[in-house]
Design a protein around this ligand. Structure first.
Ligand SMILES: [Zn+2]
Length: 689
């Protein structure tokens, strides 16, 4: 078990271009919260720090697209994210944002220190520039053909098709995503952090120093970056969104977001310390403080190579003790995606499953992507709830609370002599705090969550074996002892569950009437060292159910929602037919298109696809043969108004002369519909024919 100490725990700063989804939670926030809560319970001094990352280039781009200011975008998502974390019980000591004044100041000072100490190199180079928008084009502001794979919509920083990391100037036929114009090359000066100069330091610190205690997936990624050779990385860029570069001659330049974002941990700590009347510096500069970064695997390079090099360059900061990055979580077999809306959004979950925060926390922990990518399925979520939380944890607590109230009016009975089984169970119980702690200390949260459930299993098995509900008729003294032992287990569960299931823990503590000041000890370590957790004659409360069953219909509703998303994405991705050759106005006026009413409809004998229609075109009533029999029954279209091309040359179909054509289009599912794009589920680009 860890000794009492000081910890600075950071969780990746979420990007304010969308809300939080289960992938973020499973990868970063739930494990970070378990860890922080556990450390506090074991007497450590913890600063659990996070905040919104608001300077990414995607933010001004999205703002432009939506026709609002970037501030509107960041305010919207900062609010949603902050609120949903709070409602989900993520126990940040501070949640800040990188647009805050304290952060601008901290990041500027950090830059100036490195600048003044000569830690940067300056370089003037030719970069892509959009003369129309009067702006340099980096990252997502430019698209073009990937030089590696030929993909035509590669971005200035990366090709999403082949995954290559690119420079904007590598792109073939680059195009500005702001104005669509062809960029020119223009000279610009930037500052770079020469990462190549930190290779020896990084090798010594991580590759040698943390070979044994860091996760193998994290270690492996760091090693491959270092083995590939590190290059200087620009810390500034030409953009009007971000923290202005605080030196002369840098007008129109801001700090690169990768440089300012991790400093956000420091400024958020400052904000917290200021509010709490504490000194922030020991949390970042005292060698005895343990700094732990919780992140997803896409952030490893920033937290294990770049940020430590920045901290090393600055000189007065500590380095991370560990970076327990997780792999990715998928959803129902597909990659989670904000842009494709393929996600379970936290703020929506909280609305749809109020009071079930702990169920999601548990499902995400029990199936956490700690060593490989994992899949979240709604069926697994339901099974974790119904078969584990309800059937094991909830069932045990319910029995204990109900029987204690029934037999003893809620007063903890006095035990007589403990049997061998009682002693064994109590000894096993005392071992659990260390067992669970050992898993948490090694960042094995799924293992820890299963050990927690084993405490409830221990209780369940004990009651099932001892059967107090039978014994109460024949041996009152023995029943008292059994219930006393069961109540000790329930009390331990109230404490041990807190890091994992904080809402459940609170509920259970109030049922057991513990955890209030001056009552029974609820510290983690007390379970192992205290003889009596819940003393005889202590009064407990009446119970309520800790967990409730989740029905199939609730799960189906979620699956239907995902199915609708899938359909919408497919419709969006459906290839649109290329535009036909240009038609002159004269060409167009040759066509005579009128509104008509279908007054009769019948099937063409022996033709599966054809209906014979009588249509009132206003000019006359005429026969039109239409290939819509598989999409409409004759009855449902009589009386419908339709669009008719009336001067199409008549032609015979199966011996019936057709004088005109009804204009139709097609839905993404392939159903023909009459021309009424507003009413029907028709996509842009659908052909009228
Ligand atoms: Zn490519």
């Amino acid at each position: 078990m860890s000794t009492t100490g000081r910890y600075t725990i950071t969780a990746a700063l979420p990007y304010t271009n969308g809300p939080i989804h289960i992938g973020h939670l499973a990868g970063v926030y739930v494990p970070a919260d378990i860890y922080s809560r556990y450390l506090r319970m074991t007497g450590n001094d913890v600063a659990f720090i996070c905040g919104s990352d608001e300077h990414g280039a995607a933010i001004p781009m999205r703002a432009k697209k939506e026709g609002v200011s970037p501030q509107v975008i960041i305010d919207k998502y900062h609010q949603i994210i902050k609120q949903s974390f709070h409602d989900f019980g993520i126990s940040f000591d501070n949640y800040s944002r990188t647009s805050a004044a304290v952060h601008h100041e901290t990041a500027s000072d950090f830059f100036k220190k490195l600048y003044n100490d000569g830690k940067f190199i300056e370089e003037t180079s030719e970069q892509l520039y959009d003369p129309e928008a009067e702006q340099f084009l980096a990252d997502r502001f430019v698209i073009g053909t990937c030089p590696k794979c030929g993909h035509e919509e590669a971005y200035g920083d990366q090709c999403e098709k082949c995954g290559s990391s690119l420079n904007a100037t590598d792109l073939i036929n680059p195009k500005s995503t702001i104005s669509g114009s062809e960029p020119i090359l223009k000279q610009t000066k930037h500052w770079f952090l020469p990462l190549d100069q930190y290779e020896d330091f990084l090798k010594e610190w991580v590759l040698v120093g943390h070979k044994k205690d860091w996760k193998t997936n994290v270690y492996g990624q760091i090693k491959s970056w270092i083995d590939d050779g590190l290059r200087p990385r620009a810390v500034t860029r030409d953009l009007d969104w971000g923290i202005p570069v605080p030196v002369a001659g840098a007008e129109g330049k801001v700090l690169y977001v990768w440089f300012d974002a991790p400093i956000g941990y420091i400024s958020s700590t400052k904000e917290w310390a200021e509010r709490e009347g504490k000194d922030w510096e020991p949390y970042w500069k005292d060698k005895n403080t343990k700094l732990v970064h919780f992140i997803g695997k896409d952030n490893i390079v920033f937290h294990c190579i770049i940020f430590p090099s920045m901290l090393k360059a600055e000189g007065s900061y500590i380095l991370p003790e560990n970076v327990p990055a997780n792999e990715f979580l998928n959803l129902e077999g597909n990659k989670l995606s904000t842009s494709k809306n393929w996600a379970v959004w936290l703020h929506e979950y909280l609305e749809e499953f109020p009071d079930k925060q702990d169920v999601l926390r548990y499902a995400l922990t029990a199936n956490a992507p700690e060593t490989k990518d994992n899949d979240f399925t709604w069926k697994d979520f339901q099974a974790r709830n119904n078969n584990e939380l309800v059937a094991i944890f909830g069932n045990f607590i319910n029995r204990v609370i109900v029987l204690t109230n029934k037999y003893y009016n809620g007063i903890v009975p006095s035990p007589s002599t403990f049997s061998e089984i009682d002693q064994k169970v109590l000894a096993e119980l005392k071992a659990y705090p260390a067992v669970i702690a050992s898993s948490i200390d090694r960042y094995r949260f799924r293992e820890a969550s299963q050990e927690l459930l084993n405490v409830a299993r221990l209780g369940n098995k004990y009651l099932a074996d001892e059967e107090p509900w039978k014994l109460v008729k024949t041996d009152e003294e023995r029943t008292k002892t059994i219930m006393y032992v069961a109540l000790q287990i329930a009390s331990a569960l109230a404490t041990l569950s807190e890091p994992f299931l904080p809402f459940t823990s609170t509920k259970l503590k109030s049922m057991l009437n513990i955890g209030l000041e001056g009552t029974v000890a609820t510290e983690w370590n007390a379970i192992a060292t205290t003889e009596v957790l819940l003393p005889s004659s202590h009064q407990i409360e009446k119970g309520t159910l800790l967990f409730s069953k989740i029905e199939d219909t609730e799960i189906q509703k979620q699956l239907d929602k995902l199915e609708a998303t899938k359909k919408a994405n497919e419709a969006e991705n459906k290839v649109v037919e290329p535009q036909k050759e240009t038609a002159t106005f004269e060409d167009f006026t040759k066509l005579d298109i009128r509104v008509g009413t279908i007054i009769e409809a019948e099937k063409m004998p022996k033709a599966k696809k054809l209906l014979v229609l009588k249509v009132n075109t206003g000019i006359n009533i005429r026969t039109i043969v239409s290939g819509i029999a598989e999409h409409f029954s004759p009855e449902e279209i009589v009386g419908k108004k339709v669009t008719v091309l009336v001067n199409l040359a008549p032609r015979k179909l199966r011996g019936v002369e057709s004088e005109g054509m009804i204009l139709m289009t097609e839905t993404p599912e392939g159903k023909l519909v009459f021309l009424n794009p507003d009413e029907d589920n028709v996509s842009p680009g659908a052909i009228v024919s």
